[in-house]
Design a protein around this ligand. Structure first.
Ligand code: ZN
Length: 137
């Protein structure tokens, strides 16, 4: 029921090439892939780091949620994602502790990953995402 590891740390950037100058060229992380998510109007760069990943989020339209976040708060850390074995149980445990969730029930990505966000109001200003990875076939 407790989180088992950090799955990823997501960082909002104004411009991916500029951000990669730091994360890839200077720090030396490798860029595994970039992916466009038209639904959320965001382009994501994935940089694996051990069992975790750094995800760089660049808005692709001025209307995207990430663009609004960027305009309001500037670039920087967006959320930390913790992996759990049972997301329903983890969410219930949070509710039992009067923690406010952004998603009332888990949402599902195309690859089957189930996820939900905890409201930063309840988490000391940190946006926390929970991930339950799909069962391996
Ligand atoms: Zn995330």
């Amino acid at each position: 029921m407790s989180p088992t590891q950090i799955n990823h740390v997501a960082i909002v950037v104004e411009d991916l090439p500029t951000a990669l100058h730091f994360w890839q060229d200077a720090l030396g992380l490798s860029l595994q892939r970039t992916e466009d998510n038209p639904g959320e109007a965001v382009r994501i760069a994935f940089l694996p780091l051990g069992e975790s990943e750094i995800e760089l989020l660049e808005p692709t339209t001025p209307e995207s949620g990430i663009a609004k976040y960027l305009a309001k708060r500037g670039p920087g850390m967006h959320h930390v994602c913790l992996q759990v074995d049972d997301i329903e149980a983890a969410m219930q445990r949070l509710r039992d502790h009067q923690i406010e969730l952004i998603n009332e029930s888990p949402r599902i990505r195309e690859d089957g990953t189930r996820y939900a966000f905890v409201h930063p109001r309840s988490a000391g200003g940190v946006m926390v995402e929970l991930y339950e990875l799909p069962a391996k076939a």
